[in-house]
Design a protein around this ligand. Structure first.
Ligand code: NDP
Length: 234
């Protein structure tokens, strides 16, 4: 049985990935930061293991590495967004967004790469964003961090391919989660009407592609950036 580690599995897309991988028979480990109760309930219901980890803190990553030991698949899902004009973004805002979405994703991956190399098998999946492809007004720091994940994906894919490890990025469109709860409904409606399939995405839409990328059937796919956005970025 293969073991998958999902960061930010307590809510939203991450929780969707936890559910689908558990149903597919993987041994599932996931992390949470603030939503401890939700994480514990989800872990109990799906027979998964939940660990606290703030991915911006190296000591938390080191503790997680000891607890999780060897994992076959890492899904870097944990992330935060922040909507404000570029003139209002201060250094703390920048560091917070970049340290969570980009730096944390790298150091989580790094913690488990040697174990994958030892087994000559591994899958690293980053959850980026369509804004990392097209750029979003009033989300400069978020878009830059998510675009940075593309460089990370392609570099790691080249470096780790010879060791049997593939590295890919899923770029979601607008997915119906807590992250979008503060977006004005009229703005959400406009986004939906600009989307060819005319709906918000669901966490399962992302989980289904993650399942394929984690499987043996995807072994010739690496270094890719795959939008799951209902055609929004066409
Ligand atoms: P949620 O806010 O529902 O979930 C975010 C998850 O990340 C939570 O589990 C949260 O843990 C975790 N997290 C946040 N900060 C940290 C941290 N410092 N350390 C560890 N975990 C952390 O959002 P979504 O499910 O929507 O987002 C999941 C991913 O998908 C993110 O990377 C996001 O950027 C990306 N995405 C989302 C889109 C959308 O429309 N929803 C669109 C494009 C990309 P906890 O709650 O326990 O604190």
């Amino acid at each position: 049985m293969k073991t998958v580690l999902i960061t930010g599995g307590s809510t939203g897309i991450g929780a969707g990935i936890v559910k689908e991988f558990s149903k597919a028979g993987y041994s599932v480990i996931f992390t949470y930061k603030n939503h401890k109760n939700e994480a514990e309930l989800l872990a109990k219901e799906y027979g998964a293991r939940a660990f606290f980890c703030d991915i911006t803190k190296m000591e938390d990553i080191n503790t997680l590495k000891e607890k999780a030991n060897c994992v076959d698949i890492v899904i870097n899902n944990a992330g935060i967004s922040d909507i404000k004009m570029c003139s209002l973004i201060n250094e703390d805002d920048w560091d917070n967004i970049v340290n969570t979405n980009l730096k944390g994703a790298f150091f989580i991956s790094k913690a488990f790469i040697q174990g994958m190399i030892n087994k000559s098998f591994g899958r690293i999946i980053f959850i980026g964003s369509m804004w990392g492809i097209s750029g979003a007004s009033c989300e400069v720091h978020y878009s830059a961090a998510k675009a940075g994940l593309t460089g990370l994906t392609k570099s790691l894919a080249k470096e780790l391919g010879p060791s049997g490890i593939t590295v890919n990025l899923i770029a979601p469109g607008i997915i119906d989660t807590e992250m979008n709860k503060n977006i004005d409904p009229s703005v959400l409606n406009e986004l939906v009407s600009s989307c060819p399939v005319s709906r918000l995405g669901k966490p399962e839409d992302i989980a289904n592609l993650a399942l394929f990328l984690a499987s043996d059937n995807s072994s010739f796919i690496t270094g890719t950036v795959i939008p799951v956005d209902g055609g929004y970025t066409i």
